[in-house]
Write a protein that binds this ligand. Sequence first.
Ligand SMILES: [Fe+2]
Length: 214
Amino acid sequence: MEYMFDHLYAVGTETLSFAPTFQGRAFLLRRRDGNLLIYSSGRLKEEADTLLSQGGVMRQYLNHRHQAMTSCNWVSDRFAARLFVPKLEEPAIAAICHVGGTFEQREFHFPDFEVIPTPGHTEGSTCFLGDDGQRRYLFTGDTIYLKDGEWVAAVLRVSDRAAYLQSLALISQLEFDVIVPSMARGPAYQVRDRAEIRRRVAAIAERLERGEAA
Ligand SMILES: [Fe+2]
């Protein structure tokens, strides 16, 4: 487990088979009312003791179908933690994981944790906005991920470019301090001010409008 901030730890850091120069991570958002595990990793089991010592997991959230893996069932069994996923991603995820709840619109699941659908990469891709009282973390999955410090998108053959652009417009309006993607080469997260966030998201949108894939 890697310390990021007082209330945010990276868990299960692993090299990604489909992108061997990148690392994938889950993140534990430590909360007084119960810890949330964001994303997934095949290496969570190795960190069982550390997860327990941090208070375990109350819920796990996947932001899209590519994060479905059997370790999600280990989490739900080991910590009695329900797995929450986007409704539109549920059929694909439920083929692998026991789904405990779904969401399909922008809503607060807790006063400090908001679910914000941002379709494009996949039809149900969703961002999560967590607020620990000191800073606001936007969990973007791989809708926006970090490549040597740059913010990039992931337009696949199945992606909806128009929806992606709308979602980027929404993201650029959100108030957050830290971007926390599910995959990165180099630093796992970035702290940026509002003007820089808007500049970086706009740069992604310009590339997508030109027909580029990232
Ligand atoms: Fe993905």
